[in-house]
Design a protein around this ligand. Structure first.
Ligand code: KG4
Ligand code: ZN
Length: 358
């Protein structure tokens, strides 16, 4: 079974061909980072226009890299939401047109469901170390989905069987990284840069809060941490002063990163203990974070899956992969499918809830 996946929810135009929901035959991504860099964040209008320009070459590139033509494709999968509506529309309308003209089944995938599926895909091995040419021996795991738009702790009982345990009450962790990076004059996207600077700094230099860590439940909150960081920058003399001082930049980044890692790790460990599980999958753009990977690798008695970085940040392989169980359940969409800016993660797929349509 070959599924062509398309992803355009934010600032990456992506297409991929995945075999049997496991083996990535191609993974093409056109990043728009250079287009948004000078604005310090994603500009929705610029993003939608860039998706329009990129979608055809990216899909053709994915088919070419996989060495297949549309005739061999069994279904077209697309991210329906959540995301920026103008961006989602490009992918959804293109996928609908492709499916209709080629007579292919159309499959709608929720974006975070794609991220949570990403440990099961790979070029040779999946993120658990299993051969992707074989079907997966599924064992339940705790999924930590951390990106620029989401921070969720999810109990994964089976393929696409998701139960959200906790979510962020305000900013997503990647969003907090991007915002504090901006506060000290680091470029966009801030996450990877803060990660680099943090490796050179002293994580004990500034005492930043660990929001909600001691509270019951599994929710996150990052906005208080971001405000505390901003206060430290002000106390030090403001952005210009910090920008000129490499030691301060490194120490601030290291202290911020340590607070994030403590919170993410603390919540994940609590969920593993409460549900008596030994498997943890860390997915989404922030899962690329080196400090977090090192801290998680030190966990004893826990099997941690880190998808390859190309499957952590937004990509279409995770969408094509997550579409496989939906294909098997024959839960197809039709030409009336609409892009949806806010779409809850829910399971099974037929119970996806539409919260609001922009
Ligand atoms: O999954 P993704 O590509 O898009 C969303 O669905 O949001 O995640 C992008 C986010 C950005 O906020 C970016 O700063 C963050 O992931 N990110 C990182 C790192 N690499 C990417 N955050 C911390 N450390 C990193 N190494
Ligand atoms: Zn994402």
């Amino acid at each position: 079974m070959l599924i062509l996946g398309i992803e355009s929810s934010c600032d990456e135009t992506a297409a991929s061909v995945v075999e049997n929901g496991r083996r990535v035959r191609s993974n093409r991504i056109a990043s728009q980072v250079p287009l948004h860099q000078r604005y310090g964040g994603v500009v929705p209008e610029i993003a939608s226009r860039a998706h329009l320009e990129q979608i055809v070459p990216i899909v053709e590139g994915a088919l070419g890299e996989a060495g297949v033509s549309l005739v061999e494709i069994d279904a077209v999968a697309v991210t329906r939401g959540p995301g920026l509506i103008g961006c989602l529309l490009v992918g959804v309308e293109y996928a609908k047109a492709l499916a209709a003209t080629r007579g292919l089944p159309l499959i709608a995938v929720q974006h975070v469901a794609g991220h949570l599926y990403s440990p099961s895909i790979g070029r040779e091995k999946d993120a658990w170390g299993q051969d992707v040419r074989r079907s997966a021996d599924f064992e339940p795991y705790i999924g930590l989905a951390i990106s620029g738009g989401h921070s969720s702790l999810v109990l994964v009982r089976g393929p696409l069987q998701y139960e959200t345990l906790g979510e962020t009450l305000d900013d997503a962790v990647g969003e907090a990284y991007d915002k504090i990076a901006k506060l000290i004059g680091l470029g966009y996207p801030g996450g990877p840069q803060v990660d680099e600077w943090a490796a050179r700094g002293d994580s004990g230099a500034f005492h930043l809060p660990r929001p909600l860590l001691k509270k019951a439940g599994y929710d996150f909150s990052f906005s208080g941490l971001k405000t505390a960081f901003a206060r430290e920058v002000e106390k030090l003399g403001g952005r210009e002063y910090v920008e000129r001082n490499e030691r301060l930049t490194a120490d601030l980044c290291a202290s911020f990163q340590a607070a994030c890692i403590d919170v993410l790790l603390g919540r994940a460990k609590k969920a593993l203990k409460d549900y008596d599980l030994k498997r943890l999958a860390v997915v989404g753009g922030v899962a690329c974070n080196k400090g977090l990977r090192e801290a998680l690798a030190r966990l004893r008695d826990v099997d941690v899956a880190f998808p390859e970085p190309e499957f952590c940040t937004d990509n279409a392989a995770m969408i094509a992969g997550a579409a496989a169980p939906i294909f098997q359940a024959r839960e197809f969409s039709d030409i009336s499918l609409s892009a949806t800016a806010q779409l809850e993660l829910a399971a099974p797929p037929q119970s996806w809830q539409v919260v609001a349509t922009t």
